[in-house]
Design a protein around this ligand. Structure first.
Ligand code: SF4
Ligand code: SF4
Length: 367
């Protein structure tokens, strides 16, 4: 059975204000049947509040409208939540409790002590547990409000990444990043000629203060130049580095979603200001593609699949890539894979395997 998704296109069919994306968002929220999901319940709105000099996160206009709609639908309480570090600078992006009309709460409390641990048995690689944010687990309804963008490590960030990297402890995020793996450096063989560092086209390598090779996987495109140029064979690739990261993220999202069955999980993906990197990158870069619109529904697999499918129909805006970045030649690949060299659909497949939903969907356009 396919999942029903609501879709509001960004571009208005006519220039009447009623057809603007802001007003369509209001109508999309009305179609979501929020009263059935939130009445007399506590609602956690998980969003990425961004950081540093970035401002291409979800516009406060939409957050305010969403909070008001949840309140009008009879919620007992609603709050916006994100990592403690991102709540601190939220005001820079116009994110305040006064603007939102609700509290802004750190996901794991002020001192990172509010979380629950779930063992992973057997462990997945080095991931032996999942630490989920207490503020979200205590809510009755999870509203996953995501800004969609590219991502250097996993190809793209949407609904799943908003949960797996943002509704967990700092330690959990580090555990997930540790899955990235990918390159193995044999210190005993290395003669420290420096060729790997000098020839990495993506400046993803350096030797640290202890003279150990340090790979920054966000920039690494697994091109293998370093492995091929090493004169003594001290670097080799291990398969599935970024795929392990994707799978670990899917497992984490799936564990969180176990706590929010049926209509108590709501996903809204904002396909606008689609930049090359994550909102934690502390900067805003040119958008890659024209603004597409807003998707909403109760199936995380369907919404991620539809998000990627809609993005794949778009052409890259000229001069949108940072200097020195090129698209991979293969036009059959998804735009994000042509940019980041990582299959963005991997996390969707893992989520489906974990029983979180279906890749089959029907779009119902909100006029
Ligand atoms: S695989 Fe390519 S991008 Fe990654 S560290 Fe080696 S040379 Fe750099
Ligand atoms: S190219 Fe090989 S030998 Fe040279 S510094 Fe890098 S890992 Fe070491």
């Amino acid at each position: 059975m396919s999942a029903r998704l609501l879709f509001a296109a960004f571009a208005p069919k006519t220039l009447e204000p009623a057809n603007s994306i802001g007003n369509k968002f209001q109508r999309l929220l009305e179609k979501l049947d929020l009263p059935a999901a939130v009445r007399d319940r506590t609602v956690a709105i998980k969003m990425h509040l961004g950081g540093g000099g970035g401002f291409s996160t979800i516009h406060p206009f939409f957050v305010r409208k969403l909070v008001a709609a949840v309140q009008a639908a009879g919620a007992k309480e609603v709050f916006v939540t994100d990592l403690k570090r991102d709540t601190i600078g939220a005001i820079d992006r116009g994110y305040t409790e006064e603007v939102f009309g609700c509290r802004i709460v750190p996901v794991c409390g002020d001192d990172e002590s509010d979380f629950r641990t779930f063992p992973v048995e057997p462990p997945f690689q080095s991931m032996d547990r999942i630490e989920l944010a207490g503020a979200i687990l205590k809510a009755d309804v999870l509203l996953d409000f995501s800004h969609v963008k590219g991502h250097g490590v996993c190809g793209f960030g949407g609904a799943s990444k908003n949960l797996s990297m943002g509704a967990v402890t700092d330690a959990m995020r580090q555990m997930l990043h540790a899955l990235e793996g990918g390159l193995v450096w044999d210190e005993a063989k290395c003669i420290h000629c420096g060729k790997c560092v000098a020839h990495c086209p993506n400046h993803a390598m350096k030797f640290d203060e202890q003279n150990k090779l340090d790979v920054f996987y966000h920039h690494c495109k697994f091109c293998q130049h370093c492995a091929l140029i090493c004169p003594v064979g001290a670097i080799r690739m291990t398969p599935g580095g970024y795929l392990n990261f994707q799978k670990g993220m899917a497992m984490t999202s799936a564990k969180l979603l176990e706590h929010f069955p049926g209509n108590r999980r709501i996903f809204i993906n904002m396909l606008m200001d689609t930049t090359i990197f994550c909102d934690c990158w502390s900067m805003t870069t040119p958008r890659l593609i024209p603004d597409i619109g807003i998707l909403a529904g109760n199936d995380i697999v369907a919404i991620e699949q539809a998000t990627l499918d809609l993005i794949d129909r778009e052409e890259l805006i000229p001069n949108a890539l940072p200097p020195g970045w090129d698209l991979a030649d293969d036009p059959e690949l998804h735009l994000f894979e042509r940019i980041h060299h990582k299959d963005p659909y991997a996390v969707v497949r893992y989520l489906e395997e974990l029983g979180c939903g279906t890749t089959q969907y029907e779009l119902e356009e909100v006029e």
